[in-house]
Design a binder for this molecule. Structure first.
Ligand code: PLP
Length: 400
């Protein structure tokens, strides 16, 4: 008797997602050796321009990184075998963390397994019941999950609305600990946090300030330190988070701050305590990527000119895109089904640009989110912009 399984409700829920054009499924993708800006969807087919990856500096296939990983793999094997607090703390950690602290000009740094783990682990460690977290409405899901796990009160302020934030800070001024947390560059819109104003509010209300540089680390700042450095507010940020999964072309994350913060996290951050240390070969690859991020100014410059070129091409074509200089360029389609069809039409035109739908973005703002890379050439981007315009005309979304 298995007509009614205990999981029938799941089938129903999946069917309703499908109905709303909200069902997600995993599709395979393949790298194009030597071309980090491109990808295949099926073997044998022609390659697509990948406008949906976060490999901003085009480092994901860099030979020096691969060689560093290969050597470490041969020397140390694959798994670290235990968490860092047990026996997994290979020597590559200390070296990497010193290099990060020096790069960021902060007292200390701590590496995490991923940006998701860093956000979730750090927030849960620094606030708890009786505390309050002020979070921009469009912050990344890993930040929201960290807040929910912490059991602190979650106060979402309207996106970039500093008056709303201030009113909320005032209302909660007597709470024990207060944390303001924001993406530096927002992942789905590509706009920037108002870091100068956040700095003032943090001081006025005695709050901690945490900034997630997932989409700005490696890209902004003289040596890719991030937006906080570029804007000169780095010393006001108590908890600075960045990832190795985007501009570094790798995987993992870092937290920077005071020695006290890092010592505290070693004692409290559950993803560090209860999860196995990263594979040593990955640490070696990240260390090499960090050196390239610091040295290769041309990658930031190339990304910058790709961004300017692509943004101005879309604008000239009549698309309404948010102003800014980030490598994330959304065009808002609105309904989910059209966004999916738009994405499929782009794919037929040689462009991989997936539709982003709720709950990743607010209801009614399904979009195509383009992200650029230093690996994209002007010719590729010129072709892509012309094809995107064609598809835009076909769908009647120009000028909207
Ligand atoms: C991608 C992203 C993360 C998660 O980082 P991973 O290393 O991919 O887990 C965290 N915060 C923001 C803003 C992101 O865009």
């Amino acid at each position: 008797m298995n007509a009614m399984s205990a999981l029938t409700w799941m089938e129903e829920e999946l069917a309703s997602l499908e109905e709303a054009s909200l069902k997600r499924s995993l599709r395979e993708s393949y790298t194009v050796p030597g071309s980090p800006g491109r990808m295949f969807r099926g073997t044998g087919s022609r390659s697509l321009l990948n406008l949906s990856a976060n490999d901003y500096l085009g480092l994901s296939q860099h030979p020096a990184i691969i060689e560093a990983m290969r050597e470490a793999l041969l020397e140390e094997g694959l798994g670290a075998g235990a968490s860092r607090l047990v026996t997994g703390n290979r020597k590559a950690y200390a070296k990497l963390e010193e290099a990060i602290a020096e790069w960021q000009n902060c007292e200390a740094a701590l590496v995490f397994g991923s940006g998701y783990m860093a956000n979730a682990g750090v927030i849960r460690s620094v606030v708890g019941r009786g505390d309050v977290v002020f979070s921009d409405q469009l912050n990344h899901a890993s930040i929201v999950d960290g807040i929910l796990m912490s059991r602190a009160e979650l106060v979402r302020y309207r996106h970039l609305d500093m008056e709303h934030l201030e009113a909320m800070l005032h209302k909660h001024r007597d709470k024990r600990r207060k944390l303001i947390v924001t993406d530096a560059v927002f992942s789905m819109d590509g706009d920037q946090a108002r870091l100068h104003e956040l700095k003032l509010l943090k001081h006025e209300y005695g709050a901690m300030l945490m900034v997630d540089e997932a989409h700005s680390g490696g890209i902004y700042g003289r040596h890719g330190e991030g937006l906080c450095h570029e804007l000169g507010v780095k010393d006001e940020v108590d908890i600075h988070i960045g990832t190795f999964s985007k501009a570094f072309g790798a995987y993992g994350a870092y937290v920077c701050g005071s020695r006290t913060l890092i010592d505290y996290l070693v004692n409290k951050a559950r993803p560090l305590i209860y999860s196995t240390a990263m594979p040593p070969a990955l640490l070696a690859g990240i260390a090499q990527a960090l050196a390239l991020v610091q040295q290769d100014h041309w990658r930031r410059e190339r990304l910058g000119s790709a961004v300017r070129f692509f943004r101005s091409s879309l604008k000239k074509s009549g698309f309404l895109i948010p102003t800014g200089d980030s490598a994330i360029v959304p065009i808002i389609i609105g309904d989910n089904e059209t966004a999916l069809r738009f994405s499929a039409a782009l794919e037929e035109n040689g462009i991989a640009a997936v539709a982003i739908r709720p709950p990743s973005v607010p209801e009614g703002t399904a979009r195509i989110r383009f992200s650029l890379s230093a690996a994209h050439t002007d010719k590729e981007l010129r072709d892509a912009a012309a094809r995107i315009r064609q598809v835009g005309l076909q769908f009647g979304v120009l000028g909207r």
